[in-house]
Design a protein around this ligand. Structure first.
Ligand SMILES: Cc1cc2nc3c(=O)[nH]c(=O)nc-3n(C[C@H](O)[C@H](O)[C@H](O)COP(=O)(O)OP(=O)(O)OC[C@H]3O[C@@H](n4cnc5c(N)ncnc54)[C@H](O)[C@@H]3O)c2cc1C
Length: 481
């Protein structure tokens, strides 16, 4: 039976940071994910903002880990070869907004956030030209950043795998037994042993906890829906722009993605169960909210609607080392700003494990090589690449300019069969204006040849084929109600 020191459940941004940190500390680790790929929960559909930390309630885990996480991101991004946009963020309001903005400023300073500044309209217009005429004041947080949250998570897992970590996908845990202080984890076909369990399953936390007799952790869910615009609208806004926060949260923002799209959202709709459908009424809420802050929006350039689900356990993050089972650690309720906080949560958890006796070892670090991106190459570099391998001269995704060579490189690098959604999240295939209408057939053909399986076995996501069955149900257009 395989023996690990730590088994981490859940490959969202939190599980991935903990996995990476433990692997780089020489700890024998396995990352267990029930889905067919990594990062299939909240970490794949969020705003991608590394918040500065001014709006977290004082003296909370959220405040502490957000501010520290924000500081940790740039060096980790550099190591992984991940793009990070140091654009800062704005909270804007009308002529009556100053008291609320000052409150945020004061809270930010208390939380340890640096580089905060209140700006007047003329200063704001130098940063953002499309602010609505009613906007008079803003809080500028220079340290806020943007990333691609799913790409970052995938890169963390890749770095861990090349440095000795193990990954189990499609692993539906059916039993966990305690034997001589070790956990025996099984899916009915395969079993392995681990000294520690870290449960970072987000919404699925109780699926694992209940298998080892832990009490059910009550969770609540809040859906956040988005409108995404085509890249032709690039430059509408240059950084995340928030309205004044309310009881419900940070509000509906306008934001650029790291790849140059613009999005609006998220809504905050309380729901009873995990559900990522987008409702028509929410689209109107998004439109009316965002036009109060931003002018000149061309909603006709919408290319996609999508939603993510915030998982909450009360108002703060839930990180518990003191459970019924010794060496069983639970991390859940990581709602916003969990993306920002994730490296600091991992730092805290790993340091605490080490303090409590977890042994670490020196490793010979292997650097992750970023994927080739022909758009970053100059003409000479691209020509020599194509001379070496003509696949880098054959475009598969025309909107995003992604070549056969780049796709094959990713398929070769990933030690498991990818879905078209998996390729999309690594390379942006099908993410452009046509949303896959033109490139899906070419992508499926390429993947079918590479994996040597019939085209109908190339899935969109999960077990949903793009060729047989109801593609809408598969989620290309999302479910609408
Ligand atoms: C709409 C929205 C906007 C947000 N915007 C921001 C933002 O801009 N900035 C920010 O800092 N934060 C933001 N957040 C919060 C952030 O997305 C989350 O805090 C973060 O993604 C949580 O990560 P996680 O790893 O805890 O959970 P998840 O990403 O949900 O990962 C859990 C993983 O566990 C897997 N899993 C579940 N059950 C099991 C099981 N039984 N066995 C194995 N695996 C299992 C799931 O498939 C999933 O891959 C936002 C959240 C939402 C929903």
């Amino acid at each position: 039976m395989q023996k690990y020191t730590v088994a981490i459940f859940g490959s969202g941004i939190v599980g991935a940071f903990i996995f990476d940190s433990l692997v780089l500390n020489g700890v024998k680790c396995v990352l267990i994910e029930k889905g067919e790929d990594v990062c299939l929960g909240a970490s794949k559909a969020n705003s991608g903002i590394i918040h500065a930390g001014y709006d977290c309630e004082k003296d909370t885990l959220k405040a502490k880990f957000n501010v520290r996480g924000n500081q940790l991101y740039p060096d980790i991004a550099k190591r992984l070869g991940e793009r990070i946009g140091s654009c800062g963020s704005l909270v804007v309001g009308d002529k009556n907004s100053l008291p609320k903005l000052n409150e945020l400023l004061e809270r930010g300073i208390y939380n340890g956030v640096k580089n905060l500044q209140i700006l007047n309209r003329s200063q704001l217009l130098k940063l953002e030209k499309n602010l609505n005429q009613d906007i008079e004041y803003g809080l500028y947080a220079k340290d806020a950043k943007i990333i691609s949250p799913y790409h970052f998570t995938i890169s963390l897992v890749e770095e861990s795998l090349i440095n000795g970590g193990k990954l189990k996908l499609n692993f539906i845990t059916t039993s966990i037994q305690k034997l001589n202080d070790k956990f025996i984890i099984s899916n009915g076909k395969e079993s392995f042993e681990s000294s520690y369990i870290i449960n970072a399953c987000g919404a699925g936390v109780n699926e694992i906890g209940s298998l080892i007799g832990e009490d059910i952790i009550p969770l609540t869910f809040t859906k956040g829906e988005y409108i995404l615009l085509d890249k032709s609208e690039m430059g509408l806004v240059s950084r995340p722009i928030f309205p004044l926060p309310t009881e419900k949260g940070k509000g509906i923002l306008a934001c650029p993605t790291i790849s140059g799209n613009t999005f609006f959202g998220p809504t905050a709709v309380d729901i009873n169960k995990y559900d990522t459908s987008v409702s028509y009424s929410s689209l109107n809420v998004i439109k009316s909210s965002v036009t109060k802050m931003i002018s000149n929006i061309n909603f006709k350039k919408t290319i996609k609607l999508y939603a993510g689900v915030r998982v909450k356990k009360g108002k703060d993050f839930y990180i518990n080392f003191d459970n019924k089972n010794k060496n069983y650690i639970v991390i859940t309720g990581i709602s916003s700003p969990g993306l920002s906080a994730a490296p600091a949560i991992a730092e805290f958890v790993v340091n605490k494990l080490i303090e409590n006796g977890l042994k670490t070892n020196k490793i010979e670090f292997k650097q992750r090589i970023p994927y080739t991106n022909i758009l970053t190459l100059n003409e000479d570099e691209l020509s020599s690449l194509i001379r070496l391998n003509k696949d880098y001269g054959e475009i598969i995704c025309n909107c995003e300019k992604i070549t056969k060579g780049e796709i094959i490189e990713v398929l070769k690098r990933t030690p498991f069969i990818l879905t078209t959604d998996g390729v999309k999240r690594r390379l942006r295939t099908t993410m452009g204006h046509c949303q896959g209408s033109f490139c899906y057939p070419k992508l499926i053909k390429l993947m079918s040849e590479f994996y040597q399986v019939p085209e109908e076995q190339i899935n969109f996501k999960g077990t949903k084929s793009l060729i047989v069955g109801d593609i809408k149900e598969g989620g290309i257009y999302g479910k609408h109600n």
